[in-house]
Design a protein around this ligand. Structure first.
Ligand SMILES: Nc1ncnc2c1ncn2[C@@H]1O[C@H](COP(=O)(O)OP(=O)(O)OP(=O)(O)O)[C@@H](O)[C@H]1O
Length: 976
């Protein structure tokens, strides 16, 4: 048998690769064609190089799906040599080696035939025997390849043409050249269905022969019996014209039993065998189109008959598998007779001159991968078949050598197989060891987990839980108690520590108090000594010392000593300021800002009320004035009740306005009396011209009227003049003070009398102590009546203040209550008419008339004018109008210019004219601001006022007392 090109090429170029899992099929493999990676364990086995009869060639044909627009991704790949087919899957791939691989997409039937079949057909023409089997699952294209389609004829028709040649019927001559002369063929067409052989060419279907036979399109089919290895009495057609025979075959092809299944619309339910004998050469071609190898479920067959049918089909396929395996295994018995198909194919396997070409039809569709792999495995097995000793056709001469070679091949294959098994065994053993290790590891983990579970299970017992909870509770309880004890101990320690600290502090304070008491006693002692030395001037020294003692006793050690007005810590504020206009019968409340613009203020009371505010008040008082003996003036019997319209100015002592008043008065010297209410202290600085009270009320909630009811004490600092030191006893000095006050108030005094509002008796200060208490009670929105018997000089319209070098002289002049300067002018006195210079802002208004000594200077006159203009807060300079230049007198030269240098007043009968030019700067260090600036503490302000007399007084004290007083704000005050 002529070898096929593919087989010859495969033998020479493509060694077989063991791919099938069933290694037993490889025992017949030729060692020469399979490289042995491992030398044979048995070196005694030497493979003899003998030509191996490889009767089965396997070719894979992969169908196409031209009708599909979207073709599935192929799972099949072929190597460049077209002999290895790789099936790719998700988990890997698998290679199958064949004698050839053809993709119908690339190679149509014509190409396929020429490439793989034509050579076989040529052999048949020469007398060879060849069997071409179509094997594969249903729908894989077996029938398509065998019989073809309308466009392309299949292998059957091409083979006929190949054997008989091409040529038209009836044509002679030239066509004979193409046609094989003398060659004819006998064609038998059999169908194996349900393990029965039917003669498809028999036309006796209409007779009784065909009874019970399966029907075809043209009638019943003739069933044949198998006799030997052939169908007995099979009908055949003979001829030398391929066309006629092909037509006949086409007819009987339609008689095949087909059925529509899920896998194939025209599924062949039978095996079809076309046998072409070439009698002239003894050649024979068997073309076998096997039924699809599918399982019943896949075919979707239902019913007993259909299942039996599928089972019968599979029976032929299974039998063929067994035959192939038996032949490949070299079994002594090949089960050809298991099926009609294998019975008819027995010669094909056993005849040495017979060759088998198995065409594996497969689908590239991933859905068919399982069937594709099974088909390829089956083909791989078939490819391993070698012609065994059981082959009936033996060459007697070469039988011995042949059997030796076959045995050697089998031994080599078995060695290889054993080695492979050993390798696989080692691999499996390693895998098993690894698995065993993993298993041990898992078992250990399980054991640990189990132990944990058991432990937890044991812990989970209720008693143990309760026990542990109780233990934990006890521990926590102990810890809590311990913490509580610790906290308690710490608290006690803290309390004890604080107590000790407080005790120490109290002790320290007591010591300090004791020290201060002792110091005060010393001071008192020194004060008494000083009083003894200085006479009655210090009669109040003891009380002053007591006062100091009280002050220090009340104060905390280390505190800054104050004027005992207790106002240093108070915020400065102005609550109410009232002025009473002299030109109206009704009081009008005027803002503080307008103070300077109302020069005719009759009374000016500055009262500080509310809380701890200190009140400064100027007081007009009218009291019953008795005619004093020493002056023997007229007795004023007429009791005059005068109302004092209070101008209440609620200020803080920090107000510079108050300080200004105080400072000015002190420097004048006036008398400033400071009164402290809450502490039952009152300090006053009194001068000959006015009297100011500084009142501190610590209980001001009830209103200013009641704020001064409990005044018990009073301290005053007197001016430098000794004749005013004892105010209490000196009626003249009191009178002088009153006169000065009235003088300052000027003509407005009368208006004050118009307000006659009775005041409670208790507020009549004059009643309580008319001699010593020129202090009035003041309050917001209240008036005070002070009775005054006798004629009041306040009714005089022209207030005159005498001024001279010595203020005492002036005071003496003013000592008379009914002093009228316009009437009584001595020779040593002159009158000075004061007026403003006419200017844009000033109309040259007349101010007042003052009476001064002849030798008085402008500086003396300035003091009086400044006092008069205190409310106006208007700075000025003197103009010497008589001077040709008319230039103002510099302030520093005022002390050198006498008043008599002033020009004579033309519009007065006598006197001089003092013309004042308002200074541009209305506020300087000597003047009050027009606005009530918050007052600074008096004690801080007083030292700023030079009081040489006081300094002198202090210096007259003992060194200790002087040092002490110098270090305190009281140094500016002197108690009367
Ligand atoms: N290579 C191909 N190219 C084009 N069409 C094909 C090809 N192979 C098969 N077919 C078509 O597929 C359908 C089924 O093919 P076919 O009948 O040959 O399968 P089968 O293997 O014979 O199935 P069964 O075993 O069930 O008879 C047909 O209609 C056929 O024309």
């Amino acid at each position: 048998m002529a070898p096929t090109p593919s087989s010859s090429s495969s033998k020479s170029n493509h060694p077989h690769v063991l791919k099938t899992p069933q290694s037993k099929h490889r025992i017949n493999f030729s060692s020469t064609r399979t490289p042995n990676p491992n030398p044979s364990p048995n070196p005694n086995y030497t493979i003899k190089e003998i030509p191996q009869d490889h009767p089965v060639e396997v070719i894979s044909r992969i169908r196409d799906y031209p009708e599909r627009k979207e073709k599935p991704t192929s799972i099949l790949q072929v190597n460049p040599e077209n002999n290895t087919l790789r099936v790719r899957a998700d988990i890997g791939y698998r290679d199958f080696s064949f004698d050839g691989v053809s993709f119908s997409e690339e190679e149509d039937l014509d190409s396929f035939y020429k490439k793989f079949v034509e050579s076989r057909i040529n052999g048949v023409k020469l007398g060879a025997k060849c069997t071409i089997m179509m094997y594969g699952p249903t729908g894989s294209g077996k029938s398509h390849t065998m019989f073809g389609c309308s466009k392309q004829p299949g292998i059957v028709y091409r083979s006929l043409k190949g054997i008989l040649g091409e040529g038209e019927e009836g044509r002679e001559g030239g066509e004979g050249e193409k046609r094989q002369l003398g060659t004819f063929v006998q064609v038998t067409v059999l169908e194996i269905y349900n393990e029965e052989i039917y003669d498809l060419l028999s036309t006796n279907g209409g007779g009784g022969i065909g009874i019970g036979w399966p029907k075809s399109g043209s009638g019943y089919k003739v069933r044949l019996e198998v006799m030997g290895k052939k169908a007995k009495n099979a009908t055949f057609i003979s001829g030398n014209e391929a066309g006629k025979i092909s037509k006949e075959i086409q007819k009987v092809e339609k008689r095949r039993i087909i059925k529509s299944t899920l896998c194939n619309e025209r599924s062949s339910r039978s095996h079809c065998m076309i046998i072409l004998d070439v009698p002239t050469v003894g050649g024979r071609l068997m073309l076998v189109d096997m039924a699809g190898s599918e399982n019943i479920d896949q075919a979707g067959q239902s019913g007993f008959e259909a299942k039996m049918q599928t089972a019968k089909i599979n029976q032929g396929n299974i039998a063929l598998k067994r035959v192939v395996e038996s032949i490949a295994n070299g079994d002594s018995h090949v089960p050809f007779r298991d099926s009609k198909l294998t019975m008819l194919l027995q010669d094909s396997f056993e005849d040495d001159k017979s060759k088998i070409l198995m065409i594996l039809c497969a689908s590239p569709d991933p859905k068919e991968i399982h069937k594709t792999i099974c088909t390829l495995e089956y083909g791989a097995k078939a490819k391993c078949i070698v012609r065994g000793p059981h082959t009936p056709i033996k060459d007697k001469l070469g039988a011995e050598d042949s059997s030796v070679g076959i045995l050697g091949s089998r031994i080599a294959a078995m060695d290889q197989f054993i080695y492979k098994l050993q390798m696989e065994n080692k691999l499996r053993e390693k895998e098993r060891n690894d698995a065993h290790k993993q298993l041990r590891k898992k078992e250990e983990e399980v054991a640990v987990l189990r132990a944990l579970i058991e432990e937890k299970g044991s812990q989970a017992s209720e008693e143990e839980i309760n026990l542990k909870v109780n233990e934990r509770t006890e521990i926590l309880k102990l810890q809590l108690e311990k913490k509580l004890e610790e906290c308690q101990r710490m608290a006690e320690e803290f309390v004890e520590m604080e107590r000790r600290r407080m005790e120490e502090k109290i002790l320290q304070q007591q010591q300090e108090v004791e020290m201060l008491r002792r110091r005060l006693q010393e001071i008192e002692f020194e004060l008494c000594c000083s009083r003894d030395e200085n006479g009655p001037r210090d009669i109040d020294g003891c009380s002053f010392a007591r006062r100091l003692l009280g002050v220090y006793a009340d104060e905390d050690p280390g505190m800054v000593k104050s004027m005992d007005l207790d106002m240093g810590d108070q915020e400065a504020f102005v609550r109410d300021v009232r002025f009473v206009s002299t030109s109206a019968d009704q009081s009008s409340i005027i803002g503080t800002q307008s103070l300077s613009s109302y020069p005719h203020v009759s009374t000016l009371n500055q009262v500080v009320d509310h809380g701890d505010k200190v009140c400064l008040s100027t007081v007009f008082e009218e009291e019953e004035v008795e005619e004093e003996e020493e002056h023997k003036n007229k007795v004023e019997d007429e009791e005059v009740e005068k109302e004092v319209i209070e101008v209440t100015r609620v200020v803080d002592v920090s107000s510079p306005g108050i300080n200004f008043v105080a400072g000015s008065l002190i420097s004048s010297p006036l008398k400033l009396e400071a009164l402290k209410d809450g502490s039952e202290d009152r300090h006053s600085v009194s001068g000959p011209l006015n009297e100011f009270e500084i009142v501190k009320d610590r209980h001001s909630d009830s209103g200013p009227v009641n704020e001064y009811e409990n005044v018990k004490d009073r301290h005053s600092v007197s001016g430098p003049a000794n004749e005013y030191e004892n105010v209490k006893d000196s009626a003249s000095s009191r009178r002088l003070r009153i006169q000065n006050i009235f003088t300052l108030c000027g003509n407005n005094r009368e208006l004050c009398q118009q307000f006659r509002t009775p005041i409670p008796a208790k507020r009549r200060v004059a009643d309580t102590d008319p001699q010593t208490s020129p202090i009035m009670t003041v309050g917001k929105d209240s008036t005070q009546k002070i009775s005054n018997k006798g004629n009041s000089p306040l009714q005089k319209n022209v207030p005159v203040i005498e001024c001279g070098k010595n203020l005492s002289d002036m005071m003496a002049l003013a000592s008379k209550e009914n002093y009228n300067p316009s009437v009584k002018i001595t020779d040593s006195q002159i009158e000075v008419h004061v007026k403003w210079e006419a200017s844009k802002g000033n109309s040259g208004k007349f101010i007042t008339t003052l009476k001064v000594l002849k030798d008085a200077t402008l500086a003396d006159l300035r003091k009086l004018i400044e006092i008069y203009l205190a409310a106006d807060n208007q700075a000025f300079t003197f103009l010497v109008l008589g001077d040709p230049t008319g230039a103002p007198v510099p302030k520093e030269k005022e002390s050198t210019v006498q008043v008599i240098k002033l020009p004579i007043c033309n519009y007065q009968s006598h006197g001089y004219l003092a013309c004042l030019r308002p200074a541009k700067e209305t506020q300087d260090s000597n003047h009050l601001p027009s606005t009530p600036i918050p007052l600074t503490p008096l004690e801080n302000k007083l030292p700023l006022t030079p009081m040489p007399c006081l300094s002198h007084k202090v210096s007259d004290l003992s060194p200790k007392l002087a040092a002490h007083l110098n270090s305190t704000p009281f140094t500016t005050l002197q108690r009367h």
